[in-house]
Design a protein around this ligand. Structure first.
Ligand code: SF4
Length: 587
């Protein structure tokens, strides 16, 4: 039935694995074999895809799979202590499945709820936010009583939008179809001109000109053109797309339809990150309504021959799939390994078709431009950074949530509005972005000064910026897809050096090694994840060097290998901790 529903298409492999796991709880070898036979592909291929995604399990992980969000902002709100508490109550070690097979507790990279953390994901489906000790205790009781998650208090799963400042995109919604009709009235070329005149730049971080991307895709030869919405919002500290998808889905889908009108596309995909699985039913309902309203399907807005529809694909816990070529690989049912470029997706994307991939927020902006015109949009913000930008504000502030401002807004203004005090740094754009220190709070958000994909994590003076950088280093090592050696090994070596510093065994030599690793990663890795993996480290070492030096045991060379520390495992196994079980420290 599963195979038939997906037309036996190998491109649906990731979706089938998700559905199979949702039904069985894990992916047994026999099920993978059956899937391979049904799809006419090798078992090795199915296993290779399964092994790539963190949310797929080839061993039982329990009836309750609990993943604590592991972003630094969750740590700051006590997530580690809560996780330790839950593990202790349930008698399970972190990362392990309990012997009776009922429950497992581990961490996941940021779940996209930093404004209402600490958060966790349960059974890859539901998100619990604002955790505290009482809720953790009650969760443990419900697990032990074997109460299905569907019967847990529904209020636990209520997530909030927390829109603190709305401008154009988060303001009152446009009536469905209005902007699309305006786009159709302009004609594809006229609409493209508006996008170009608006100087709209992609909101996913790179800031590529949307008009140029659409023009390249439109003129690329092909039997079919494809529109993809990148909703794989995996950058820690970013959660704006979660809110746009939950409360402004019409704007997202309408922007996609406008892109389809410009490029002559008939198919569109939303690649929804696995952590946002709980948004799926709501999104499907909006799609169904829009079909009924004649805003998707055939002859859209009554225009003969304007046919376009949208499918939603779910990711499965791989940050690298936010990179557009990796996302396309995943859409095709493969491992999400970034492609070698050129050719670029606008010429050779999904199944070889010209494909335009844009961020959720970019499509919302396109809807506004279709309604109000490119000149209107270009009049907001600055010359190089037109329009507004939504910031996901979290960390040390009184009012975390979403803040939408015209580009060109000062960082200090955002800090004032969100009630941040005594701030020493802001991490803008997530771990791969920029760490801005207090002396720079007069700088302005925009491609010409401080570019951003949306994350705005605030750290006050009580925070150890070394711990922040260490958390980000762990994130990159965790999310490296392993395809290229410099990234796979380099990110692990960075973590190892940071661990050594954290243990108080580091020297200035380690900072030099970290500097060398930064250069290596920046110049030799296959995709942007590896290239930007040391960004937070570089920034924080440069701006908070004394914080790092506090962690140094000595300013001089110390061997990387500490024999006494390495023996700690043997001491734990044998239960010995006497003097003879330790190495003597050299004088
Ligand atoms: Fe994968 Fe890292 Fe290489 Fe990118 S840089 S392809 S994430 S291993």
């Amino acid at each position: 039935e599963l195979l038939a529903r997906h037309h036996h298409a190998p491109s649906a492999l990731v979706q089938m694995l998700r559905e199979l796991q949702a039904a069985l709880g894990w992916l047994p070898p026999a099920a993978l074999q059956e899937l391979a036979s049904g799809l006419g592909v090798t078992l090795a291929h199915v296993q290779g895809v399964t092994g790539f995604y963190r949310f797929f399990h080839t061993r039982p992980v329990g009836d309750y799979r609990i993943l604590f969000s592991d972003n630094i902002t969750d740590h700051m709100l006590g997530s580690r202590e809560l996780m330790a508490d839950l593990c202790q109550r349930l008698g399970v070690a972190p990362g392990q499945t309990r012997a009776d097979g009922r429950v497992s507790v581990a961490t996941a990279s940021c779940t996209g709820h930093c404004d209402q953390g600490p958060a966790l994901l349960i059974n890859h489906h539901q998100v619990l936010t604002q955790l505290d000790s009482a809720r953790v205790a009650e969760m443990a009781r419900l697990v032990e009583a074997q109460v299905p998650v569907t019967d847990w208090p529904s209020a636990w799963f209520d997530t909030q939008d927390q829109v603190r400042r709305a401008d154009v995109l988060l303001g009152p919604a446009l009536a469905p179809g209005l902007a699309l009709a305006a786009a159709v009235a302009r004609g594809p070329e006229g609409m493209l001109q508006e996008i170009t005149q608006a100087n709209l730049r992609g909101r996913g971080g790179a800031g590529f000109a949307t008009g140029l991307k659409w023009a390249l895709c439109r003129k690329a030869p092909g039997t079919e053109h494809i529109v993809v919405c990148n909703a794989d919002e995996g950058e820690p500290g970013t959660f704006k797309d979660r809110v746009l998808l939950r409360s402004h889905a019409d704007a997202v889908f309408e922007g996609m339809a406008i892109a389809a009108w410009v490029m002559g596309a008939r198919r569109g995909f939303v690649y929804l990150r696995g952590e946002y699985r709980y948004l799926l039913e709501g999104l499907q309902a909006v799609l169904a309504r829009r079909r009924a309203q004649g805003l998707l399907g055939n002859n859209i807005v009554g225009h003969p021959g304007f046919d376009f529809d949208i499918e939603i694909h779910l990711g499965a816990g791989a940050y690298v799939c936010g990179e557009e070529s990796a996302l396309i690989e995943s859409l095709e049912g493969k491992r999400g390994t970034p492609r070698i470029r050129p050719p670029f997706p606008v010429e050779h994307g999904y199944m070889g078709h010209p494909t335009a991939v844009n961020n959720v927020e970019t499509f919302c902006a396109a809807q506004q431009i279709a309604q109000h015109g490119g000149a209107w949009w270009a009049g907001i913000g600055t010359t190089a950074s037109t329009g507004t930008k939504i910031h996901s504000v979290s960390g040390d502030c009184e009012r975390p949530g979403l803040y939408e401002y015209p580009f060109g807004t000062r960082i200090g203004r955002i800090l004032e509005d969100c009630g941040a005090r005594n701030t020493q740094a802001v991490q803008v754009g997530g771990p791969s972005g920029l760490c801005v220190s207090a002396s720079e709070f007069g700088r302005r958000m925009g491609f010409e000064d401080v570019p951003t994909a949306g994350a705005f994590m605030v750290f006050d003076r009580s925070r150890d910026m070394f711990s922040v950088a260490r958390n980000f280093a762990q994130f990159f090592a965790h999310e490296s897809c392993g395809f290229c050696t410099p990234c796979r090994v380099g990110t692990a070596l960075v973590v190892k050096r940071m661990d050594k510093l954290a243990a108080g065994r580091g020297s200035r030599h380690d900072l030099d090694v970290l500097n060398e690793l930064d250069k290596l990663l920046h110049t030799t890795t296959h995709c942007g994840l590896g290239a930007s993996a040391c960004n937070p480290l570089r920034d924080t070492v440069a701006k908070f060097r004394p914080t790092f030096e506090q962690h140094l045991q000595s300013l001089h060379f110390e061997p990387a290998f500490d024999l006494d520390a390495e023996l700690s495992i043997a001491r734990a196994v044998t239960g010995r901790d006497d003097a003879a079980a330790h190495m003597e420290k050299p004088a």
